[in-house]
Design a protein around this ligand. Structure first.
Ligand code: ATP
Ligand code: MG
Length: 250
């Protein structure tokens, strides 16, 4: 048990959820490492949602609202951390969930789908080999997408995605929305909208935004959005924070 007054209580609780996900076969070994990388950037960000992330979330919801075929891609870490929120956002935005994992085993795909079903998901894409399409020029295990999902999608939400696949999706003409704590990752840099925030804070906030935003507002939000500015702001924020913290020491 982690004592509630531990200064890093929340971070440790989230870490426990990842470890539990690993034990249940939902999170991969590489997912554990990816989580540690995320923790590091969250530490640099002060473990809070900044205005640049809020702005990106609003644009993300707007883009998904205006999309013809939005899809939410789900990997092991996302399913371990925010299963309930993934299901809820999927229902509000009418965007199916697709299991889409880097280190693919059929068992892990089924475990992830099971976890989403436990949290109320009805239909889950990416699990039925009959609808599997192979992408070209991408290595074996991670090149599969669902014909009814990501393959046909115009907008894809990719929480915690790998850079290669983000690049591939962009190349295929998809609009991509990343949730990634590292503003320097290839995913963060390649996506059309980059939410530099922890998925555990971003998903509940996106649900709130999705409940409030109408189409008119969505159009307005998207027109005024500039991802380059938002990404630069994220990097600058880390920079400023480090400057301040170092000055406090000397
Ligand atoms: P890229 O492949 O995009 O260049 P990478 O190889 O460094 O990045 P991956 O393991 O491919 O990283 O992707 C995992 C990404 O998810 C990392 O950038 C990490 O910071 C981020 N991440 C990990 N945990 C979280 C979380 N809870 N919320 C948001 N982002 C996270
Ligand atoms: Mg990577």
């Amino acid at each position: 048990m982690i004592p509630k007054d531990h200064p890093r209580y929340r971070s440790l609780i989230i870490r426990e959820r990842i470890i539990e996900g690993f034990r249940r076969g939902i999170v991969s070994e590489a997912g554990l490492i990816a989580h540690g990388r995320g923790e590091c950037f969250d530490y640099l960000l002060g473990e809070k949602t900044h205005p640049f992330a809020e702005e990106a979330m609003r644009a993300a919801v707007a883009m998904m609202k205006l999309a013809l075929r939005p899809v939410i891609s789900v990997n092991g870490n996302a399913a371990a951390l925010v299963p309930k929120e993934l299901v809820e956002l999927s229902k509000i935005l009418n965007a199916p969930l697709e299991v889409n994992i880097f280190y693919r085993t059929e068992e892990r795909v089924q475990r992830i789908a099971e976890r989403l079903r436990e949290h109320g998901a009805d239909e889950i894409l990416g699990t039925d080999p009959a609808f599997r399409v192979e992408l070209e020029n991408i290595s074996h295990a991670r090149r599969y997408v669902d014909r009814r999902g990501i393959y046909m999608a115009d907008v894809v939400l990719i929480p915690l995605e790998d850079g290669d696949r983000t690049e591939k999706l962009v190349e295929m003409g998809k609009k991509t929305i990343a949730i990634d704590l590292n503003p320097l990752s290839r995913t963060a840099q390649k996506a059309h909208i980059t939410i530099v925030d922890n998925i555990v804070r971003a998903m509940p906030r996106m649900i709130e935004i999705a409940k409030e935003m109408d189409e008119e507002e969505a159009k307005r939000v998207l027109e005024n959005y500039d991802n380059k500015r938002v990404l630069a702001e994220a990097i600058r924020t880390i920079n400023k924070r480090l400057e301040e913290l170092s000055r406090r020491i000397f």
